[in-house]
Ligand binder design. Sequence first.
Ligand code: PEP
Length: 253
Amino acid sequence: MRKQIAAANWKMNLTYQQGEALLDAILKENIQLADHQHAVFAVPFPYLIMAQTKLSARKNYAAAAQNCSDQPAGAYTGEVSAEMLRSININYCVLGHSERREYFSEHNQSLAVKTERCLELGITPIFCCGESLSIREVDAQESFVEAQLKESLFHFSNDEISKIVIAYEPIWAIGTGKTATAEQAQEMHACIRRLLKGKYGQQVADSIPILYGGSVKAGNAKELFGSPDVDGGLVGGASLVAADFIKIIQALK
Ligand code: PEP
């Protein structure tokens, strides 16, 4: 079975102590993950070592960075390189979250480079894509997401693309409480898989996990993850509450 992933995105929330307590509360639940199930926690940079130390003691639990630089090293004050993440054994990095695209001017070309940096170092990129409300209103979501994937990812080889996780996150559903319906999510995930198939063939397309993000909650995760092309979720708000994220992990196929 394809990898199924419950990925928490803490964004810029929680103190170190609150983050540690949240992880402890989730781990205390002792959820045993099957071989194909993974729980990933994208935490702020200063918490990565703490999170990775706690999580790596459990099967298929891991910490993730929320971003990395498109530069390998050098005079880029405030930046964190993929190599730095690798040096502390971080295996996942979220890239191209819509908040980074909007507030930090990230674009498809620089995200192509960031994705390359991660792949070179054996870090799995969780590559985010998704349309705004104005694009959805004119029914242009498929061509918009297609351009994001083509411009950032479609220069990779079969082998490289097989190491990427995609997160479809309609911007109108992020942090708004307005979740896409299971049908809307499945429709876009099927579209993304069709695009992958067109470029890389059926076998590669079938192997790539596509996560849904946008107001995933304890109460809707099971239904969303139940769709055939939805392989788990990237979760903001609900990942900050232990009881909620526990239910979201348990909702994985
Ligand atoms: C996110 O941060 O990627 C996200 C989907 O947030 P929320 O779950 O709060 O909508």
